[in-house]
Design a protein around this ligand. Structure first.
Ligand SMILES: Nc1nc2c(c(=O)[nH]1)N[C@H]1C(S)=C(S)[C@@H](COP(=O)(O)OP(=O)(O)OC[C@H]3O[C@@H](n4cnc5c(=O)[nH]c(N)nc54)[C@H](O)[C@@H]3O)O[C@H]1N2
Ligand SMILES: Nc1nc2c(c(=O)[nH]1)N[C@H]1C(S)=C(S)[C@@H](COP(=O)(O)OP(=O)(O)OC[C@H]3O[C@@H](n4cnc5c(=O)[nH]c(N)nc54)[C@H](O)[C@@H]3O)O[C@H]1N2
Ligand code: SF4
Ligand SMILES: [Mo]
Length: 734
């Protein structure tokens, strides 16, 4: 169990000592002003997925009463998925965190004032840091708060509080794409614009199920007038696979071999663009030598696809004039994820399918602001895609923020898994968790409770008090959510979009921005945030910080300009006129490495970390279940309408062959086990999963008890999507 907050904070009766009720801080007392937006319709981008649809929020008598999709925005053109339509409902839930709560000496959570809550934060973390050193307190954040809040957190934690380690849930999600792009292109730069969905004549979706996970991107695909070939590579026959023209269902985690096999055929047939390769890339010859052994026959043996399917797939790529490759978690969440993403990048480069309309090696992002986190969370990169280990970069940022350069760490943070390892080994004693729910979503978390018991102080900053992670908190800080605060998100196609305050946060809940300001003041490091009184001040700093970076937005003056333009994609350097609202990268064939060339990167195939065996003969896949469910369901679970659109209880999809073998009837409660845990789940018998595989959606808290904590070596992204499992209809197996 969590150790109690140190006794010094409490009197015998468990109440706070008077010292802590010292001077009230002006910030802690500050009352949030009522919603500022006048009655009428106000557009802002959605707070769920990275598509970044624009929603019209209808305000009457100062409060948001309804949401409809905006019809003029370049992203969604009048459409929204069920989550977007229901965006306001989670704000009104009964379990909203409305006041800070602190665990008392008896282990009970008690309502406290902001003043006391923030004092407890400051005193506990300062005590831990003084006792165990700067590595002993870490933070875990998110891809779901505005970019301005992410930056404020990163600056406060690293430059103000002196923390070294902090990472985000984007590690679970995007780290692979980040690493792959950085290594191949020289910067983390998804090259596409959504218009590419409409302009391609061959779209290849790999480990992506946009019909469920990005439904409005899929709308853009269905607007494609070119009768494109749509190829889906997924071991399951997903909703997207059903809508495709070609579905190839390889063995899970055999994608790398498949793409090397395709490269082999393209090279053998000279179906490559030599000019492009010569002028714009480095390393092709070694890559060609590497894929020599991936003959169609060998590739067929590894992937389980037929030789004919492999030839057909290669021919589709060759036949396409504008071929685009799109990938999501089926690639990013794997033990050899970075190289798999790069294998797709290699295919795009060698066929010249990049920088032109309808082409690209395109990672689709997940959360509404995963892209903001990639650039401005100050976790893996120094603000604005800079490098902590580069002295010139540290100076640039210190000058812009007008702070002492010595405040900026010159080392990189531990990745999420290392932070969790640090908690397990007792190196990390204090943890601050913001807008993520790892007690549900973290991989292989069957021992999560034991690990968390090593912490001396755990702070959870969330919209709700009932999340799985809040149960581990010593202090809960009540946060305003999407729709209750200001800022920007960056969507999947690099477009900055606005969010606004259309509703009043409940009780004393504050925006994360206000919470960070308050903590900075009480910590005694307010000067690091001194230039940032409002979120828009942070945004204006981005225009300076990003200058001369690939993500340069020095040409955007303020929020008003952003809004008038209908969102703006980076880069947007000063002096540039908005000629089109859909811009892609690399049209000139110039990449971000010093020599301007992209890299061919490749490696030998790695064995699967946990292959199936006689005892655990099935491969467990996990992922999104329905378009109405969002992750750990703290938000979507609050909508009665959305709740009608998905199964309430955990379920497992099983192929009829495996069900028959195990004597399992449809809808029967069965036991699913892996080497780490056993769970109960309802059997859904379906040919959409192959024999030998089972699928469990990630939205239920049991799922990640089963998964195997294993990581891509370069990106440290968790490999959520494959481990060995067993099913049984016998309750005694439990
Ligand atoms: N409704 C809804 N939408 C969401 C989210 C949500 O929770 N709910 N979350 C958002 C977020 S943060 C993210 S990251 C995205 C995720 O979006 P997606 O990645 O599209 O969704 P997933 O279902 O996680 O995984 C996609 C597919 O990968 C397949 N897969 C598994 N293993 C392999 C493999 O080895 N090879 C291949 N080729 N495929 C494999 C799975 O069968 C699955 O169909 O969705 C975003 N959108
Ligand atoms: N097995 C399996 N596990 C997975 C995955 C998978 O495919 N399979 N996918 C992984 C992926 S890609 C992702 S992105 C993660 C997502 O995992 P999480 O980040 O843990 O999931 P969420 O439910 O989105 O958690 C967000 C939390 O932030 C809170 N919140 C929302 N808005 C705000 C705000 O403005 N401020 C504050 N302070 N709090 C807020 C919500 O209430 C919620 O508790 O899950 C990962 N886990
Ligand atoms: S597709 Fe994504 S951004 Fe659009 S409404 Fe749905 S959840 Fe929101
Ligand atoms: Mo994600």
């Amino acid at each position: 169990m969590i150790k109690r907050i140190k006794d010094i904070f409490y009197q015998e009766d468990g109440r706070f000592t008077e010292e802590l009720r010292l001077k009230d801080s002006p910030l802690s007392q500050a009352k949030l002003p009522a919603a500022k937006l006048p009655d009428g319709i106000h557009k802002m981008v959605c707070g769920f997925c990275a598509t970044g649809c624009s929603l019209d929020v209808h305000i009457k008598a100062g409060e948001a009463i309804n949401v409809t999709p905006n019809s003029a925005y370049p992203v969604n053109i009048g459409e929204a998925c069920p989550k977007g339509w229901e965006a306001l409902t989670p704000l009104k839930a009964d379990d909203r965190a409305v006041v800070p709560q602190l665990r008392d000496a008896k282990g009970q959570m008690k309502d406290v004032s902001w003043n006391d809550g923030v004092w407890a934060f400051v005193d506990n973390f300062k005590t831990i840091l003084a006792k165990y050193g700067p590595e002993s307190v870490a933070f875990l954040s998110t891809g779901q708060i505005p970019t301005e809040e992410m930056a404020a957190l990163g600056v406060l934690a690293k430059f103000g509080m002196g923390l070294i380690h902090g990472d985000g849930n984007t590690r679970q999600c995007m780290a692979t794409a980040v690493t792959a792009y950085k290594q191949s292109f020289g910067f983390d730069a998804p090259p596409y614009t959504y218009k590419d969905f409409e302009e391609s004549d061959c779209l290849v979706f790999v480990g992506a199920n946009p019909c469920i996970a990005h439904p409005i991107m899929w709308q853009r695909v269905s607007m494609n007038p070119h009768q494109p070939n749509i190829v889906v590579i997924d071991p399951r026959k997903t909703e997207t696979a059903m809508a495709a023209t070609h579905h190839y269902a390889p063995r899970p985690k055999s994608d790398l071999a498949l793409f090397y096999g395709i490269a082999h055929i393209l090279i053998e047939n000279q179906w490559i663009k030599e000019d492009y390769i010569n002028f714009h890339t480095v390393g092709f010859d070694r890559f060609a030598a590497h894929v020599k052994s991936f003959t169609p026959e060998h590739t067929a043996t590894v992937t389980g696809l037929s030789v004919e399917q492999i030839h057909e797939f290669a021919s589709l790529i060759h036949a396409g004039k504008r071929v685009s490759f799109w990938w999501t978690m089926g690639v990013n969440q794997s033990h050899e994820a970075t190289r798999t993403a790069q294998a797709m990048i290699n295919l795009a480069l060698m066929t010249g399918n990049i920088g032109r309309p309808g082409t690209g090696a395109n990672s689709i992002t997940g959360q509404c602001n995963a892209m903001g986190s990639r650039l401005y969370s100050n976790t893996t990169n120094l603000l604005g895609g800079h490098d902590f280990t580069n002295e010139a970069h540290r100076r640039k940022i210190a000058d812009i923020l007008d702070i002492d350069v010595a405040r900026i760490p010159d080392v990189n943070s531990w990745s999420y898994d290392k932070i969790m390892e640090g908690v397990a080994s007792g190196k990390i004693k204090g943890l601050w968790i913001i807008a993520t729910n790892p007690a549900h979503s973290w991989i292989g978390r069957s021992n999560f409770k034991d690990v968390m018991s090593n912490l001396e102080f755990c702070v959870v900053q969330d919209m709700y008090t009932t999340t799985e992670t809040a149960q581990f908190a010593d202090l809960v800080l009540p946060a305003a959510g999407w729709g209750e605060k200001e800022g920007t998100f960056i969507n999947s196609e690099r477009r900055f979009g606005r969010i606004k305050r259309a509703a009043t946060p409940p009780g004393e809940a504050k925006s994360d921005f206000e919470i960070f300001k308050l903590i900075a003041e009480r910590w005694g490091c307010a000067e690091v945030l001194k230039q940032w009184q409002q979120p828009e001040d942070v945004f204006k700093s981005f225009t300076l910080i990003s200058r001369d970076q690939p993500c340069d937005i020095s040409g955007i003056s303020d929020y008003a300009m952003l809004e008038a333009a209908g969102g703006i994609q980076w880069p947007f350097p000063e002096g540039k006129k908005i000629v089109s609202n859909e811009r892609r990268l690399f049209a000139d064939g110039e990449f971000y490495h010093e020599d301007g060339k992209a890299r061919f990167l490749f490696e030998d195939i790695r064995p699967k970390p946990e292959p199936v065996c006689a005892e655990y003969p099935l491969e467990l896949l996990t992922g999104r279940g329905t378009s109405a469910q969002w992750h750990t369901q703290t938000r979507t679970g609050k909508s009665p309408i959305l709740r009608k659109m998905y199964p309430q209880k955990n379920y497992v999809e099983i192929n009829p062959v495996d069900a028959r073998k195990a004597n399992i009837e449809p809808q029967q409660m069965i036991v699913v086990s892996t080497r780490r845990a056993k769970i109960k789940a309802r059997a859904v018998i379906s040919p959409l999963v192959q024999a030998g595989h089972i699928f469990i959606p990630m939205h239920y808290p049991e799922t990640n008890l089963l998964t195997l904590p294993c990581f891509d070596p370069y990106s440290r992204q968790p490999a959520y999507k494959s481990c060995a499992a067993r099913i049984s209809c016998h309750a005694y197996d439990m």
